[in-house]
Design a protein around this ligand. Structure first.
Ligand SMILES: NC(=O)c1ccc[n+]([C@@H]2O[C@H](COP(=O)([O-])OP(=O)(O)OC[C@H]3O[C@@H](n4cnc5c(N)ncnc54)[C@H](OP(=O)(O)O)[C@@H]3O)[C@@H](O)[C@H]2O)c1
Length: 289
């Protein structure tokens, strides 16, 4: 199976994309769940060069959000991708009252405003793909995806996606508008969204795993190290190679601010896993579930 090619179905995107959430703040404060993702990065020029390096390596799927660094993430991406034909996915429906807070807010008027702001920052006439960053539990889902549908009908948005949803929510949203992609937390050590991965495959919808690389401690005792030794690939590459073998619709977006890690991650599409290796990898399950 050739995993290096670009898939035209379900999204015009490279198999491995680039998650750009962490292109923010100071290099020393970007890691971990508590990273603020709040300020313009202090090494902005180097990160623009990193995005351009990704383009050179064949990456054509870039993931951002209106909430990343209060929109500075989108600005950085627009500058880096000026003149480049690539798919940029962004997200609306999340506000940032402070560096510590991520608050879902799905009021339709806000969603419309955030779409307009993203269009401006990304310097686009139409957004390629807009996710509802989180479903706001305080507002009917139909009103939230209904706002995205209106933006789509007005030509402001090409495709609509959902983030961190279960199958029931996906089906409910599909009653309102066609969904092109679901972006959920999923990796080798965190497979709780297997039902969504399977349903999106049936529907021909893209499944975009975020946090696609499990931290080393979470996969301790798994066959990753052994398969890595057998293939000559790194354990991170084996994780990404396993992910893309979960289905043609699976489009991981590993995030990195390192050119070395970027090349490693993109190179994962060249890692060939045998049926025996896949079976061993599939057979392991994390004690954390
Ligand atoms: N929908 C949502 O709610 C949601 C939530 C979170 C994230 N996301 C999206 O998902 C993307 C991925 O998440 P993430 O950025 O946190 O990335 P990630 O894939 O979870 O990886 C993050 C960390 O892994 C390191 N890393 C990356 N490649 C590596 C490699 N080959 N070897 C060793 N370490 C490596 C990075 O550090 P270095 O910089 O040093 O490489 C970074 O600290 C985000 O950028 C964002 O676009 C979406």
């Amino acid at each position: 199976m050739d995993t290096s090619r670009t898939v035209s179905i379900p999204l015009p995107a490279s198999r491995i994309g680039l998650g750009t959430m962490r292109l923010a703040d100071e290099p020393g404060s970007r890691r971990g769940a508590a990273a603020p993702i709040w300020a313009t990065p202090s090494d902005r020029d180097a990160l623009i060069a990193l995005v351009r390096r990704a383009v050179d390596l064949g990456v054509s799927h870039f993931d951002t959000a209106s909430a990343y660094a209060l929109g500075e993430g989108e600005r950085l991406l627009a500058e880096a991708l000026h003149g480049v034909d690539a798919m940029v996915a962004t997200k609306v429906g999340m506000i940032r009252p402070s560096p510590e807070q991520w608050v879902p807010l799905g009021h339709p008027a806000l969603l419309h405003q955030q779409i307009e702001e993203s269009l401006r920052r990304l310097r686009r006439e139409t957004l390629d793909l807009v996710y509802l960053h989180r479903v706001d539990p305080g507002i009917p889902l139909e009103e939230q995806v209904g706002a995205l549908q209106q933006a789509q009908e007005a030509g402001r948005v090409r495709r609509i996606g959902l983030s961190e949803v279960d199958v029931a929510t996906l089906e409910r949203a599909r009653n309102v508008v066609p969904i092109a992609a679901v972006q959920n937390l999923y990796n080798y050590g965190a497979r709780a969204h297997d039902p969504v991965l399977e349903r999106t495959a049936e529907l021909g919808i893209a499944f975009v795993p975020f946090f696609p690389v499990s931290p080393g401690e979470a996969v301790h005792g798994s066959p990753l190290e052994q398969v890595a030794a057998e293939t000559g690939a790194s354990p991170t590459q084996v994780q990404l190679a396993w992910l893309v073998r979960r289905g043609e619709h699976v489009l991981p977006i590993p995030g990195t601010t390192s050119a070395e890690h970027l090349a490693e991650n993109v190179g994962a599409t060249a890692v060939q896993l045998s049926e025996d290796q896949l079976a061993r990898l599939d057979g392991w399950s994390s004690p954390a579930g």
